[in-house]
Design a protein around this ligand. Structure first.
Ligand code: SF4
Ligand code: SF4
Length: 351
């Protein structure tokens, strides 16, 4: 069984940390070695930091048709969206037509997802990949692979499972069972809804993003006011389902979380603890936290608890921190939230 056109193209839209790059590589190998197709795959991403946008492209062609195209997939037959927060990002839904299968990691119903994505038409496949990944102790990418295999009749799930056994199984044998479980659950639990194009949303034409800045047209002084992981940059999509919650009363200000956190998310200021001068932990700046949970593992007093992000209003945590801080740190307001600025963090710890 195969597809009717010369090429069959897949685009995965993700953010660093969810495994889209690996999923793309697996799909490439799977096409070439297990489906008897010609196949190519490559990814494009920025920095290695979790949360940066990642796109993976996979192209299949029938055995007698060589793949001579090596450009990004603009009109995908399958579009995999690894995080619903990517919905409003430019170009994510580009090229989606009534012939596209859109596979989304979401716990929402199809009608709501269509509106979030502003989807023109096609088949919408919704799968709660995050929860399945947590339950099976696997990763979002494995669940998405299973769901992707359900979208057509040539991507055989048994062959995909064999591909996983031969690749991931050899590299990480202890994790094989849970990964196979996640793939099967993705395949069996994905729900499909056909969406007929109507007047609700327009077809989005894929276009290349022009980079506005370069050496010659950088702002005077050469500064970049839109740096990553800044106060204006929502990196909630980079967290894999959990966030640490700071419980002030349990904290002994030992600083282990601060030296462990790779993203300098903790806010320490000069203060007093048990009647002595000390650096005092005020909590977490969630605009910098990528949800790796290392701090919760290192904290000796359980003052940092992992919670499901969907159950926590992150911005309430910021406001709670603000109430604790009194006059030590400066806050800025954006929309309904307020938060600790990284500038005041630096000032206060340089004392
Ligand atoms: S590791 Fe735990 S106890 Fe130590 S400063 Fe951080 S939150 Fe407080
Ligand atoms: S989970 Fe903890 S260690 Fe990881 S980035 Fe967030 S605050 Fe830092």
């Amino acid at each position: 069984m195969s597809f009717k056109k010369d090429y069959f193209e897949i685009r995965l839209e993700s953010i660093g940390g969810l495994g889209a790059n690996l999923a793309g590589k697996i799909l490439g190998e799977y096409g070439a070695l297990y489906l008897g197709l010609n196949a190519s795959s490559f990814s494009s991403y920025g920095s290695e930091k979790r949360g940066s946008p990642v796109k993976a492209y996979i192209r299949y062609a029938k055995e007698n048709i060589p793949i001579r195209v090596n450009s990004p997939v603009q009109t995908p037959d399958i579009l995999g969206i690894f995080h619903i927060a990517l919905a409003d990002k430019e170009n994510v839904m580009a090229g989606v037509s009534e012939n596209t299968a859109v596979v989304v990691n979401t716990d929402k119903e199809a009608d709501e997802v269509r509106d979030i994505l502003k989807m023109y038409g096609g088949k919408l496949y919704c799968v709660d990949a995050l929860n399945i990944a947590l339950e099976t102790k696997s990763r979002v990418n494995m669940v998405m692979l299973g769901a992707i295999a359900k979208t057509n009749d040539f991507m055989c799930i048994e062959k995909l499972e064999q591909a996983i056994k031969d690749t991931i199984g050899k590299k990480y044998p202890k994790a094989l069972e849970q990964n196979l479980n996640a793939i099967r659950r993705g395949y069996e639990n994905v729900k499909c809804k056909e969406i007929k194009p109507d007047d609700k949303y327009d077809y989005i034409v894929a276009k290349d993003i022009e980079r506005a800045w370069g050496y010659k047209n950088a702002p005077i002084g050469g500064i970049n006011p839109c740096f990553g992981s800044s106060i204006s940059n929502d990196i909630s999509a980079s967290r894999e389902g959990y966030v640490p919650i700071f419980i002030k009363d349990k904290c002994i200000n030992c600083g282990l979380c601060d030296s462990t956190c790779p993203d300098i998310a903790f806010q320490f200021v000069k203060g007093e603890y048990k009647g002595k001068e000390s650096m005092v932990n005020l909590g977490i700046d969630y605009h910098h936290c990528k949800g790796c949970m290392r701090c919760t593992q290192i904290c000796p007093t359980n003052a940092l608890e992992p919670k499901l992000e969907k159950d926590v209003n992150i911005f309430k945590q910021h406001i709670r921190n603000k109430d604790l801080i009194v006059d030590k740190l400066d806050f800025e307001k954006v929309g309904a939230s307020s938060f600790v600025t990284s500038e005041s963090y630096k000032e206060d710890t340089n004392i």
